[in-house]
Design a protein around this ligand. Structure first.
Ligand code: TYD
Ligand code: MG
Length: 500
């Protein structure tokens, strides 16, 4: 085998360079380069990628040779698009339906799914639960256990209701050496042309795997990238879907999972919410579905269960009574959630004013505070500002802007937003309020939970179409919105409207 060479990798984004650099050209981080030994590329293509019984179930790839390594003689020819079968979206059903929706309606054969999340959030629990359901449907699951012993996995499975006599298709492979894993998977394929039960591979976790081809320690960017690439290749050649579990640290995106995002088909992030038992699975990339979908589940003693009334999770119990709270309806993929934005504004006693934000982009909140200050004349510059989303949710929808504005103004003025009022709209730099997408779905969700009034943008100077049970109050600027939301009460407003 040829001599290994030295390369430098950014530990944040995995960017590769031939020499050490102070600042990463990929992600602009400082002092993140580490030196690693890597094997020459030729060794890589001949080594682990030549797993034994591969290439059996070509799913729409035309069966052409991969054209590297030994088959250099027969160079591949480009194939007309019209001759390529579009068979890649054969979906394996998934239960619970929450997770199926995030995957785009099911698990696509031959696809690679990366499941990222903090240690302990429940990644192994989720995948064991999915696996047990699949084996009950007659499928086979191979769980590559790099982190836990087989008996620990058995204990977890028992908590999830495992029946030893009926669920024989759940296979454990306690191994971290990539070449051995591939050999074992090749064995599981049996002799050529024998009928194969559809098999799902779960690699828990990608950080524990290592290959001989790469001269680096397990969990290093090179190992993660190489092992992930080989398993992705395996999935595409065999049609067997592969799940890669990747740990993400509390500080954000660890090198590992980020490195894999471009080579997998689907990236799911598994998050807890506010330290409680609620868990959310979010699709941040999906070649076979929409992103932005959110599955909401609860971690119970016997595994993950769907949450009743998930649309209400981000509301606090006391709606519209306390100053500093405003409710909006946000879209997460095809789902609508009612979200309560809470703000606490108080004069700064000493030092520079504080800005603490949880669950919303803090720059967005700073921008909205500046707009309120400039366009609605609210004096926020000398105040500490704290903003969060109730229930530990996270909001990226610009339609929540007006709720942030309303919550800030409500706290500063010590006036509550009236009960049953929904505040919806995007806010522009000039203080204008804009409409939101899929308004009807949002209003319907709110009406279903007893909301009776919505403050929102006028569309082209007119009232948008409403929903039964919700009175619409339109505004064009943040100034109007603040006045309308915080005015003493509906009775006062009605009397004002009555007088011409
Ligand atoms: P785990 O799936 O091991 O997390 P990860 O693989 O992401 O590191 O789950 C860890 C936590 O979940 C652990 O603290 C125990 C808890 N748990 C339950 O509450 N109920 C259950 O049924 C199971 C299996 C785990
Ligand atoms: Mg685990």
């Amino acid at each position: 085998m040829a001599k290994s060479t030295t390369r430098f990798f950014c530990t944040d984004c995995g960017h590769e360079e031939l020499r050490w650099l102070g600042q990463c050209p990929g992600c602009q981080a400082w002092n993140t380069f580490t030196e690693m030994k890597v094997a020459p590329a030729a060794g890589a293509s001949k080594g682990a990628r030549g797993f034994s019984a591969g290439d059996r179930r070509q799913a729409g790839f035309g069966g052409a040779s991969r054209g590297h390594g030994a088959s250099a003689g027969a160079a591949p020819r480009p194939v007309p698009l019209s001759q390529i079968a579009s068979a890649a979206t054969n979906r394996i059903p998934v239960e619970p339906a929450e997770v199926a929706r995030v995957l785009g309606g099911g698990l696509v054969e031959g696809s690679v799914v990366l499941l990222g999340g903090e240690p302990g959030v429940g990644k192994s629990t989720l995948l064991t639960g999915l696996g047990l359901w699949w084996v009950r449907q007659g499928l086979r699951v191979i769980y590559v256990a790099g982190e836990e012993s087989p008996s620990q996995i058995r204990m977890r499975a028992e908590r999830l209701g495992f029946k030893p006599d009926r669920e024989d298709g759940f296979l454990i492979l306690p191994e971290v050496h990539l070449e051995t894993i591939l050999a074992a998977l090749g064995e599981e394929m049996g002799p050529a042309n024998a009928p194969l039960p559809p098999t799902i591979i779960i690699a828990d976790s990608i950080q524990t795997l290592h290959s001989d081809v790469v001269d680096a320690y397990p969990g290093s960017p090179t190992q993660i990238r190489y092992c992930g690439g080989v398993l992705a290749d395996f999935a595409r050649r065999t049609g067997w879907p592969v799940f890669l579990v990747g740990h993400v640290t509390k500080t954000g995106d660890l090198a590992g999972p980020k490195l894999l995002e471009h080579m997998v088909d689907t990236v799911l992030y598994f998050e807890g919410s506010g330290g409680g038992s609620i868990r959310m699975v979010r699709a941040v990339k999906n070649r076979f579905g929409t992103t932005g979908e959110l599955a909401v589940m609860e971690m119970r003693g016997d595994g993950l269960a769907p949450v009743d009334q998930a649309g209400l999770m981000f509301l606090s119990g006391r709606r519209g009574i306390e100053p500093g709270a405003a409710v909006c309806a946000v879209k997460n993929g095809s789902r609508t959630f009612l979200v309560e934005v809470q703000a606490l504004v108080s004069p700064t006693r000493y030092g520079t004013p504080q800005r603490v934000v949880q669950g919303i982009d803090s720059k967005r909140v700073a921008l909205l505070a500046a707009i309120l200050e400039k366009r609605a004349g609210l004096d926020l510059a000398g105040c500490d500002i704290f903003v969060k989303v109730a229930g530990g949710g996270r909001v990226d929808d610009p339609g929540a802007d007006l709720a942030v504005v309303a919550a800030l103004a409500s706290s500063l003025r010590e006036r509550p937003v009236p009960e049953g009022t929904l505040v919806l709209g995007e806010v522009g730099l000039t203080g204008e309020v804009r409409g939101v997408s899929e308004l009807e779905a949002r209003l319907r969700e709110a009406a279903g939970h007893g909301f009776t009034r919505a403050v929102l943008a006028a569309v082209a100077g007119r009232k948008p179409r409403g929903v039964k049970g919700i009175e619409l109050a339109t505004v064009t600027s943040v100034e109007e919105a603040v006045a309308l939301v915080l005015e003493p009460g509906p009775s006062a407003r009605r009397s004002k409207e009555a007088t011409p």
